[in-house]
Design a protein around this ligand. Sequence first.
Ligand SMILES: C[S@@+](CC[C@H](N)C(=O)[O-])C[C@H]1O[C@@H](n2cnc3c(N)ncnc32)[C@H](O)[C@@H]1O
Length: 196
Amino acid sequence: MAEHYFTNNADLKSDTRLIHYNYGDGVIEFTSDLGVFSKDKLDYGSRLLIENYIEHGRSDIDLLDVGCGYGFIGISLAKIKNTNSTMVDVNKRAVHLAKMNIKNNKIENATAFESNIYESVEGLYDVVITNPPIRTGRETVLTFLRDSKKFLKPGGELWFVMRKDQGALTVAKKLEDLYKIEIIDKSKGFFIFKGI
Ligand SMILES: C[S@@+](CC[C@H](N)C(=O)[O-])C[C@H]1O[C@@H](n2cnc3c(N)ncnc32)[C@H](O)[C@@H]1O
């Protein structure tokens, strides 16, 4: 059976590689490995999401990165926007890498732990941000997005990226009973949404 990046497989070999994110005058180095999302390069949609967040999003706030992978979004925003980033993923290897990347980049305002979506998440956040795992199916994606509301402070924001051909506009419509949805940007078929 095909292995997906969100499944845990204790027998999976390791073959680490380095990925760099250049921003302004800085660079953040990430260690990636087999069995995690976008293992060889930063995902275009995730880059677009954080570049929009860097430009338009709030600094110095409590942020929850759901489905963090090796930590690209949560760690970059902790470094660049001084967010207090909490990062969760169901993939054990992704969480291990996210923890390693927090440590190697000497980030003090970020933490990562295992959680099946929000199951192990506690507390309230100013922002929930996610590049949701499309391959897990529409229902899981909707849980990622809709249940975010339970973890947001009053006035909190949900930021997410999705491709048009993955049903971005239909999914955004399904959130309209919970959020006032704005399209912040679109590029190469990717939409960046903010829900308030
Ligand atoms: C599209 S990837 C985004 C990864 C990372 N945020 C990035 O931008 O590079 C989605 C992530 O969701 C994780 N994921 C899938 N199902 C999950 C679940 N039930 N609970 C938590 N995370 C899950 C996957 O392991 C994957 O790391």
